[in-house]
Write a protein that binds this ligand. Structure first.
Ligand SMILES: [Zn+2]
Length: 93
């Protein structure tokens, strides 16, 4: 069985779940980084690269994909950019 494909909210690339960073939001609440893809709720996928982080932020892709009730906080954007700075670390559990 092939793994189901996910779509990057930054660039639209489709790939296996394991290639993306995963984020979850419950009922439109602020998203959380969910490296193991274990949390319940609506999910969004993002390529593990700076370009897609910035695209997703500038296009408000998180807000749309997760149906967020509020725009992303600056703290969350910082967290995203932090992830991208640390992309050499193992983020897929
Ligand atoms: Zn992407």
């Amino acid at each position: 069985m092939p793994a189901p494909l996910r779509t990057c909210i930054g660039c639209g690339r489709k790939a296996a779940r394991s290639e993306f960073w995963r984020f979850k939001s419950q009922r439109g609440a602020a998203p959380v980084f969910d490296p193991g893809d274990k949390n319940a709720g609506r999910g969004a996928s993002l390529c593990q690269r700076p370009l897609c982080v910035e695209k997703a932020i500038s296009r408000r892709a998180f807000e749309r994909a997760l149906k967020l009730k509020q725009p992303l906080s600056s703290g969350f954007k910082d967290q995203l950019r932090q992830l991208n700075a640390e992309s050499g670390l193992k983020v897929n559990s």
